[in-house]
Design a protein around this ligand. Structure first.
Ligand code: EPZ
Length: 428
């Protein structure tokens, strides 16, 4: 086990470059199953969630060549297996995408119930609703495996009862080779949905409307190989923007699409932070006191739920009373207990957290409960007075490439330290 040790109170200065988008990569890589050719995917982030997805694809029989740290060539033409092994699937939510990809290719799939970050129930009823609308039968077989099969997949009209990124992705994957027209209404509009649609279209799919509430997919017979570069990660970019603001620094975040950052930029400006947009960069400076601000998380283009824990650190330090209303997940507040250990004044009631700003946080020993909670604790440690030790950092490495190197390049004092497992003999 390893932990981060952070010496706080040092403003971040300089430039940092954003890696490829995790939530696009974990959808695009399984989507290669649908191709009859070789897919060259570029700008892949080097993170644990991606390596988990690649490992599953390899176990299914794909030929995968690593061209460099961020480029893979993937050939799925030899895949014959439609059953995804259980041990890897349970670790990562995005393993659910193998359902849609295998169903789209073979008209059948057998995948265990997906895992992922633990912040409440993570149902897949809307995914199943979509598969059934396309003509598939879905049943839960032994050991939590979901069995999906169809004589033939036929295009259909699907209205999502709740805006779901995962369901939108999975239905797109199952529908691209279905016969006829599929219309997804109340679809998710996140940048990674658009990225997946662009990737599929680059292989010869016929998808229109991605990024809007209504996505239309006209089934095609074959999908060829392609070369595709993944978009920059809007959540990683937002995390570094928040870190610059929390430490009172001056940081330029490169390799971004400013339009994807509009919600976080607007909130940072409300908090009293200077944000200057370039063509593919944003510069974030904070010299004065953070001002109180209220935030409600919403599906894109609203404020992204994945930046809720990071931005909570700013509210904990802002003048006055601020509120976060978490409308997407039932319990995304597991970071609150850890922030309190660092001196934050925050009360949670249901989906609402109320922050009374404090002058500064103080370093403490804290634990990560999930990926974005971990990012919040890193930011809190950078801003706090004194030393912060963060355990269970494997959560953070699921979604942030080279985080300590990127932060050190901005002047942070962050070290990775091995945690010796306490043994009884040593304790006595
Ligand atoms: C994706 O999760 C992301 N993960 C999450 O990011 C992100 O928080 C979430 O979208 C919202 O943006 C990946 O892309 C791999 P949803 P997903 O389906 O697809 C309910 C991170 O930190 N729902 O959009 O699982 C659900 O309970 C991760 O990078 C149903 O009710 O999220 C939730 O309340 C964490 N039935 C809401 O919809 C369903 O069938 C949104 O979930 C599906 C979802």
């Amino acid at each position: 086990m390893e932990k981060f040790v952070i010496q706080g109170g040092r403003p971040l200065y300089g430039s940092v470059s954003v890696s490829g988008a995790k939530n696009a990569a974990v959808a695009i890589i399984p989507a290669c199953i649908l191709s009859d050719g070789v897919c060259r995917i570029e700008n892949i982030p080097n993170i644990l969630d991606v390596s988990s997805i690649v490992r599953i694809l390899h176990q299914l029989g794909a030929d995968i060549r690593m061209i460099n740290k961020s480029t893979l060539e993937i050939d799925c033409s030899n895949i014959r297996d439609y059953v995804v092994p259980d041990d890897l699937v349970r670790k990562i939510r995005a393993s659910a995408y193998f359902m849609g990809a295998l169903l789209g290719k073979f008209s059948k799939a057998r995948v265990s119930m997906p895992g992922g970050c633990d912040f409440g129930v993570r149902p897949i009823d809307q995914h199943i609703k979509g598969f059934e609308a396309l003509g598939a039968s879905v049943s839960l077989v032994r050991h939590g495996m979901i069995d999906i099969h169809a004589e033939k997949l036929t295009g259909s009209q699907i209205y999502l009862d709740v805006v779901s990124v995962g369901a939108t992705v999975n239905i797109m994957l199952a529908a691209v080779k279905a016969e006829g027209l599929t219309v997804i209404e109340n679809a998710a509009k996140e940048p990674h949905i658009v990225d997946l649609a662009n990737f599929l279209n680059s292989m010869g799919a016929d998808i229109m409307g991605a990024g809007t509430d209504v996505i239309k997919i006209r089934g095609v017979k074959t999908l060829k190989g392609t070369t595709y570069s993944i978009i920059p990660d809007q959540i990683e970019a937002g995390t570094y923007m928040v870190a610059a603001a929390a430490t009172g620094g001056d940081v330029t975040v490169h390799n971004v699409i400013p339009k994807h950052l509009e919600a976080i930029t607007a909130k940072l400006i409300e908090l009293g932070v200077d944000v200057a947009e370039g063509d593919d960069s944003v510069r974030v400076r904070r010299t004065g006191q953070l001002q109180k601000c209220n935030i409600k998380t919403m599906p894109h283009p609203g404020f992204p739920t994945d930046l809720h824990p990071p931005v909570a650190v700013l509210l904990a330090l802002a003048n006055g009373t601020s509120i976060i209303n978490e409308s997407v997940w039932e319990n995304r507040f597991r970071y609150v207990e850890e922030l309190r250990r660092m001196g934050a004044q925050v009360q949670v009631d249901g989906k609402i957290a109320v922050f009374e700003g404090v002058k500064n946080l103080t370093g403490a020993c804290v634990k990560c409960s999930d990926l974005r909670a971990g990012a919040a604790l890193v930011i809190a440690g950078l801003a706090a007075v004194g030393t912060t030790e963060i355990e269970d950092i494997q959560h953070i490495e699921r979604g942030y490439e080279d985080i300590e190197a990127k932060l050190e390049s901005l002047g942070a004092s962050i070290k990775r330290v091995r945690v010796k497992e306490p043994s009884m003999a040593k304790a006595l």
